[in-house]
Design a protein. Sequence first.
Length: 676
Amino acid sequence: MLKEEARQDIANLIDKIRYHDYRYYVLDSPEITDAEYDGLMAELKALEEAHPDLVDDSSPTQRVSGSPSEAFGQVEHRTPLLSLDNATTKEELVDFDQRIKRLLANPVSYVVEPKIDGLAVSLTYENGVLVRGATRGDGERGEDITTNLRTINSIPLKLRGDVPPIVEVRGEAYMDRVAFAELNRHRGESGAPLFANPRNAAAGSLRQLDPAVTASRRLNVFMYAIGYYEGLEIATQWQVLRHLTDWGFRVNPLIERSEDIDAVWGYCVVMESKRNELIYDIDGVVVKVDDLAAHAKLGATGRSPRWAIAFKYPAEEATTIVRDIIVQVGRTGALTPLAILEPVVVAGSTVSRATLHNADVLAEKDVRIGDTVIIRKAGDVIPEIVKPVESKRTTAERIFSMPTHCPVCGAEVRRIPGEAVTRCVGGACPAQLVEGVVHFASRGAMDIEGLGPRLAAQLVDAGLVGDVSDLYYLSEDQLSSLPRMGDKSVRNLLNALSESKARPLSRVIFALGIELVGEAAGRELAAHFQTMDNLMEASEDTLRRVNLIGDKITDSITAFMAEPQNRKIIQRLAEAGVNLSEPTVGSANKEGDISEETFFNGKTVVLTGTLTEFTRQEAAQLLRGLGARVTSSVSRNTDYVVAGTDPGSKFQRAEELGVNILSEADLLKFAKGESK
Ligand code: IVH
């Protein structure tokens, strides 16, 4: 009785799982969560383990079954798997149609199906249970790959609904582009040879002697034909597809009926435009006469039936030779290796260059200068090098490695560990300058109104700006010489630039565009180091101790500050009067990082009169940067009054109170750290 209960439970679970497999793998419309599904599977496995005698071969737990084999056996197909004649033009399609009309008295209609670029498989079901799966082979006999085909989840191990005693169905096994890209990426990483295309990947996966490997490959099928059947009445190809669907097979939803050859042509055109949006490769459209009685009448010529034709699209693949590999520097400083190719036509257009993305991809694909390579233009418009044809290698190929210095500006290039991109760290690299200027002027950074991408590009193109510090040395004349820069725009820009000099240090740090240093990091760094000088000299250990600053940011800051070009930019910003310090309250010392006590540190200072070297605002920034508190009125708490020419009442008040009075020269001297 207990056995009976277990048998019943197992049967119920199998029914449930089969249903959910169908929803998930065939209809692509699951009803339960993965966790719920896993729960059902675990329950079934446990029951089957407790009752090994109740394990059925078509149980969903038995998809991967049997041990690796030595070789595949041969299978004779009950009816041969034919191949198709091709058409590549509308005229050839029309010829095909006319030939048929000549041979048949009646008008014909067609079924049009995307031609999946995979490999044909044949599946035999006895009383609804999968008993054999085979490759096409030579059309008469194929290889027995039952154990491998069983691992494909969209192939039912047991059919749904009313099933004939024997049926042999045919379709295409394939690997979609996502699974293909992922598989090749893994293979590249582990040094395994890459597959040239999804079709080869699918073929390779189905010819594995170990079904567990096939199971790991994410293959799929679309079924499109019934090869042999008993006990069924079927009149049309459309009904064939209906039956396949009812039995639980995956049938391509893009299949349609076409009334005449004009409609067929329309479908071919539409499908070609959709070709790139599909997740799987198609290499054309298969056009089939719908009426099966007509098939018998039309027969075949040689190996190809007269009732069907393949309309083929231009190949998405070609081979060519890599003439050279160069490096391009993008606006963000990213270095991209680019293959210069012997021009070749792929999918209708000439390809003469192809990106190799980055150092990792370059290494994984192992493309060398002089290699013969397979080019593929599928899924997207950008042509890609799939892999070198290793069998064509001589010893003349040269291995290319990423440069250590930027090919544009000569600055060092760096690759942050864990990231794929190699970047030029030169802050004055023209290739990344425009982007850098735009970032510098942006809202959260120096907030320079009116300085957007267009003006930034103009300034760089005209040679007026070679790095961001040049912005502060632009003259009215220079700006007026630019197209579309009227007097008013020039004045506004100069004002905006001048205003921006007072931005807090945190913003300046962010504005420099140091990789990985965002606004928050800028604030932490400014609060911690107080001055740009301190930040420039900070050791890696000190940097790492700052809140939010981890190893990667530390590396990035250190590299940036080590670059002489970048230090020069900072120096010129300082010379232009850009604020490079934080206003301090009390001592600037924090954890002993700022070691020098400055003359003005912690002092209260008032500015009066006209200064010659600075505006008053600039002098105030300088003082704040040195740790002073700058106030506007003189009191007993005032430590120093800095007096320029024509000082007013504040000077008198200072004299009355006996406050120390400094000249502009004193200010400069003490600011430079010379003590009194
Ligand atoms: S019908 C005689 N339908 O194309 C009927 N074939 O060149 C031949 N294929 O070996 C098969 N999608 O591998 C048919 N919807 C489709 C197809 C299709 C892809 C492949 C199949 C066949 C080859 C013929």
